[in-house]
Design a protein around this ligand. Structure first.
Ligand code: ADE
Length: 247
């Protein structure tokens, strides 16, 4: 998969050199390219923002550098078109289902806005030649799209075949499609069997895989009820068995 990131802070993305994503990049599974938006400014101060029409506080990102940046990164003619992701608190909520869907795309471009956002004509113009999505990572306001992009790139790239050591672990994650969509994962344990007086639930040491799977589902249901009760309403009743209902 190819990912282009356009930002005024390319250094913000240093973490993408680390850990599993760094490894995926070095092995060629993931091709991440950073672009400094100021490359496409033409004044002495490399200006990327200006005051908002209509007044109000803050600054708005100017359309010209963004238009040129997107033309350069994803040329109109020349075959493939990427999907453009615009991180913004006013976007649609980013979920695990979106991570799954976007992990199937061959090419994504993230445009990281700062200040009060990017002049709205940029998205309209881009949409004439590529699919565009405004996406929010949660109901809070960040200083810019950079940290949101880091979050999304990590959530997406860990789903690419070969990026995680153990592909099966993805299927058991909180929110994973095929059983965990509307559930969070329950508690996990490793050695030693007793630590500071606390025992690991004995069933996990039993070797009875069927019973362990059932226990994990029970615990996922309990934890979801405790921390995310609103998710339980989204479970299709046909996906609940008698035991689920008792938990
Ligand atoms: N930019 C600022 N806040 C954001 C958020 N919550 N999600 C995505 N992009 C953002």
């Amino acid at each position: 998969m190819r990912i282009d990131i356009i930002t005024i802070f390319p250094d913000y993305f240093a973490p993408l050199d680390l850990s599993l994503i760094g490894k995926a990049r070095r092995s060629g599974l993931l091709d991440v390219r950073m672009h400094d938006l100021r490359t496409w400014t033409h004044d002495r101060h490399n200006t990327v923002d200006d005051t908002p029409y209509g007044g109000g506080p803050g600054m708005v990102m100017k359309p010209e550098p963004w238009g040129e940046a997107l033309d350069a990164v994803a040329p109109a003619e020349g075959g493939a078109t990427p999907r453009l992701i615009l991180p913004t608190p006013s976007g649609a909520p980013f979920t695990q289902a979106d991570a799954d869907r976007l992990a199937r795309e061959p090419w994504l471009v993230f445009a990281c806005g700062r200040y009060e956002g990017i002049d709205s004509r940029v998205a309209v113009d881009a949409a004439k030649r590529m699919p565009v999505e405004e996406v929010s990572i949660g109901d809070y306001v960040l200083n810019g799209g950079e940290s949101a992009t880091l979050v999304m790139v990590e959530a997406i790239s860990r789903l690419l075949p070969g990026v995680l050591g153990n592909a099966a672990s993805v299927a058991q994650d909180s929110f994973a499609p095929g059983g965990m969509e509307h559930l969070v994962e329950g508690p996990v344990y490793t050695k030693p069997p007793v630590w500071r007086g606390q025992e690991v639930p004995p069933l996990l040491l039993s070797g009875n895989h069927g019973a362990v799977d059932r226990w994990r589902r029970d615990e996922a249901l309990r934890k979801t009820a405790r921390n995310r009760p609103e998710l339980l309403d989204r479970i299709d009743p046909d996906d609940l068995d008698q035991r689920d209902r008792e938990v």
